[in-house]
Every structure is written in structure tokens, then in C-alpha cells.
Design a protein around this ligand. Structure first.
Ligand SMILES: C[S@@+](CC[C@H](N)C(=O)[O-])C[C@H]1O[C@@H](n2cnc3c(N)ncnc32)[C@H](O)[C@@H]1O
Length: 418
């Protein structure tokens, strides 16, 4: 998820061959398809690169190592320890983490399976995020020695003061992450100053505490969840996002959040939680399975691999009816499956690297190259934009024809009667 990485252009031909081989013409060997995709040089190179950067994290030159501690819960947990001297203002280049927006469904699923240990809620974006990478092992200290920094789509840290080898590297999650005023915080600073969890006389109940208590009574599950691992973290509030407002014309569009490089010392100042427009739609960063990718590019429906067949064939005029099989070079037809529409729909390239291109999501999303009147298609039920390369055919039929070599909605060549 390194936005600065140069992503090589994938070759469409082998990918389409795989799709044909495993999924087209009634075949639904999804796992075979995924395996074949993973053997493409594009992915193997990507994984190799990834492996190298992972290795760099474990070199002494990284300046830190992932270690264990019992400080925070009494159980063995991960922590990050400096293994060299750090000066103030240095960047922990290899201690990075990525943030993935989660859809409500996935969030719910992880929660129900008890696998939400790395899920954070952003107060600012009112969204659940999966926090990945070694950065997620950074524990909280009320007087942290590091601060969150955003680097492209990754989160890393900057040292706030000089750090000795052997010291734990910490960051400040927020003022109320571990309960109101961090009363449950078990950091070294709290221990030393007799605050947080180590306070002898816990603060008398304030109005705010009472409200929280009340909420706990009315919604115990929710509170339990909040008081457990999953807390609102202000690290994304400390990330500087481009505040340029963007509106999605359709809720199902996938947009890359516009992130600007920036940093802020969350340890010094907690940035107020604004009610800005949510720049990160729920589905902004979901890793795409082949099925999802295919549904995005409208090759199949998200919940069903096979498009619903219309009883009446499309009125679209095909160049030659019922061609046996489309033998046209695949690159020319991917060009049409994924036309370049720069102002339109962009799927984050780091999430769906293969489709590192602007994607034409749905026929009803206007294609700027299409100036013709839409075409009523399939029993006059639906209207689609006309295709740019064959005005007598709608985009959907055209795409279907290019993939299957058959008129919509057919996907199999009829067997000749003996
Ligand atoms: C992002 S994780 C940090 C890595 C964590 N130690 C682990 O092994 O996964 C945050 C979790 O670490 C623990 N933690 C970190 N700092 C803490 C603190 N100051 N007081 C209490 N618990 C803390 C809490 O369980 C918290 O939910």
C-alpha cells in the first residue's frame, strides 16, 4: 500500500486468458482462477518486492524490533523496542502500517468471529479501519516518544525526542482512548506519575463519566466493545487529509480518498474531531477478491457469478451473429472493458493492483466518450449508454459480446442437434 511505489503496468492478455480458462463459458473454478492469477509475473514480482521490504524491517538498521511485554494487559503482548539511538525528528521508515477502510458487513463479520483485534474506529470518519503492518504494535504512552505521521497511504512515526536503545517506542492514541482521561491507561508515564490505571484514588465520577456509565447500562454490548480493544483512535485525526470536498454522485462508486502527505504530532496536540464530510466511503479500501473485482468491472454480479438471463435477447445489433468464439486480441477489448474516463471512477491501484486503471463501473454511469442517446435494451427493460465503438450496441451487450463472443445474455454456444 505504498503510494510512492511505481506500479508496473500489468499485461491484460494473460489475465483475460485466465478469466476465460477458469470462469467464462459456464466454468466457475474460482480458486483455480485465483491461483492462476497469483502465478502471473505481475503478482509474483509484487510479492517479491513486498518480501524484500518485509525483510528490511527485521534488519538491525531498521532501528527497532518487535518484542513482547506484559505491561498492558498482564498477558504477553507485542511492543516495539528501539535497538539503536534515535535523535528527535527522525522517521521510523520501516515501522509502517496501512489503513484499510472496512465495509459494515466485513466489520461485523470480523467482530462476530472475534477477529477484530486490529480494527480501529476513526471518530473523525465514523468508519472502521483495519490497521495492518508493524505500526500496529506501537503501544500508547501519555508522554509518547513518537508521533503518527502519514506517508502516502501508510502510517509511520517520527521521534519526538532522543531515544536510547532498549526504550519502548510509543505513540499517543488520544486523551480518552483508555476510558475518560485515559483512566485505564497502563503506560510507563502513568505508572511513574500515579495516574491512569495506577491512580490511587480514582477521580470522582464526573458528569461525563456518569453519562458513559448510563450508556453502559443501556447498551452493554456496545460499551463492552468500546472498552475492550476496539476504541476510537485519533490517529487518523492526526493525519492531514486534503480537505477538498468531494461528492460521490452515486453511492456505489469507489473512490480513492485524496490524501495529502502530512504529519502532525498527535502527542502534542489532539486535533479536534470535525464533522467534515466523510472522505473515505465504506468501501474505499476493500481488498478485492476476483469476484469483487469482476463485479466492479461488471463482468459478473457481486452475489452471483452468472448474470440474470433475460428471456428475450438484446435488440443490440452484433457485428456477426453468434460468433463461435471471440478471437480478437484481448488487449483491444480490455481497452473497452476498462475505458479511460479520467474524471470518473478510480479504484485504488494499491488495493486492486491488476486493474490499475480507471474503471467504468456500471452502464448507467455516464461515459464522457458516449454522446449518443442511450439504448433501450433487453426487452426494453433497461437503458444503457451506446457503446463507443458500435453505436448500434449498448455498452453492456458490447462488453458481453467481446468477452463471450455471443449476444447478450448467452454465454454458451448452442450444441448442434445431432
Ligand atoms: C494497536 S495495539 C498495540 C499492540 C498490542 N500491544 C498488541 O500486542 O497487539 C493496541 C492495544 O495494546 C494495548 N495497549 C497499548 N497501550 C496501552 C496502554 N497505555 N494501556 C493499556 N493498554 C495498552 C491495548 O490492549 C490496546 O488495545
Amino acid at each position: 500500500m505504498n503510494s510512492t511505489a511505481v506500479i508496473p503496468e500489468p499485461e491484460p492478455e494473460p489475465a483475460v486468458t485466465i478469466l476465460r480458462q477458469y470462469l467464462v463459458h459456464g466454468r466457475t473454478n474460482l480458486s483455480g482462477c485465483v491461483d492462476a492469477f497469483m502465478r502471473l509475473p505481475y503478482f509474483t514480482n509484487f510479492l517479491e518486492e513486498r518480501e524484500n521490504s518485509e525483510k528490511a524491517r527485521f534488519m538491525p538498521t531498521a532501528g527497532f524490533e518487535v518484542s513482547s511485554t506484559k505491561r498492558y494487559t498482564g498477558e504477553i503482548e507485542a511492543c516495539i523496542i528501539a535497538n539503536k539511538s534515535w535523535q528527535a525528528g527522525e522517521y521510523l521508515k520501516y515501522c509502517t502500517g496501512s489503513v484499510c477502510g472496512l465495509t459494515k458487513d466485513v466489520d461485523q463479520m470480523l467482530r462476530s468471529e472475534g477477529r477484530d483485534f486490529s480494527v480501529m474506529l476513526s471518530q473523525r470518519y465514523k468508519n472502521a479501519f483495519l490497521f495492518l503492518g508493524p505500526a500496529r504494535f506501537m503501544n500508547h504512552d501519555c508522554n509518547a516518544n513518537c508521533a503518527f505521521v502519514q506517508q502516502g497511504t501508510e502510517v509511520t512515526f517520527r521521534t519526538l525526542r532522543a531515544i536510547e536503545p532498549g526504550e519502548e517506542l510509543t505513540v499517543k492514541y488520544g486523551d480518552h482512548y483508555f476510558g475518560v482521561n485515559n483512566t485505564e491507561c497502563r503506560c510507563f508515564t502513568c505508572e511513574r506519575s500515579g495516574k491512569g490505571y495506577y491512580a490511587k484514588n480514582k477521580e470522582p465520577q464526573t458528569e461525563e463519566n456518569n453519562k458513559i456509565e448510563e450508556k453502559k447500562q443501556t447498551n452493554p454490548t456496545k460499551m463492552h466493545q468500546r472498552l475492550r480493544k476496539r476504541k476510537n483512535v485519533n490517529y487518523s485525526d492526526s493525519i492531514v487529509y486534503n480537505t477538498k470536498k468531494r461528492r460521490t454522485s452515486s453511492p456505489s462508486l469507489i473512490k480513492t480518498p485524496e490524501l495529502s502527505q502530512g504529519e502532525s504530532d498527535s502527542a502534542d496536540s489532539e486535533i479536534s474531531i470535525s464533522k467534515e464530510e466523510n472522505l473515505l466511503p465504506n468501501n474505499s479500501c476493500m481488498p478485492g477478491s476476483v469476484k469483487t473485482i469482476m463485479s466492479i468491472i461488471n463482468i459478473c454480479h457481486p452475489n452471483n457469478n452468472t448474470p440474470k438471463l433475460s428471456p428475450v435477447d438484446s435488440p443490440c445489433k452484433y457485428p456477426e451473429s453468434e460468433a463461435e468464439y471471440n478471437t480478437q486480441p484481448v488487449d483491444t477489448y480490455l481497452e473497452h472493458i476498462l475505458p479511460q474516463t479520467p474524471n470518473h471512477l478510480i479504484v485504488p491501484s494499491d488495493i486492486i493492483p491488476f486493474f490499475n486503471t480507471t474503471i467504468y463501473l456500471r452502464p448507467e454511469d455516464e461515459n464522457p466518450h458516449t454522446h449518443h442517446e442511450p439504448l433501450k435494451c433487453c426487452n426494453q427493460a433497461e437503458e444503457y449508454a451506446r457503446s463507443t465503438d458500435n453505436a448500434e450496441m449498448c455498452v453492456r451487450c458490447n462488453r458481453h459480446y467481446k468477452i463471450y463472443g455471443l449476444p447478450w445474455p448467452r454465454r454458451r454456444v448452442k450444441e448442434k442437434k445431432k
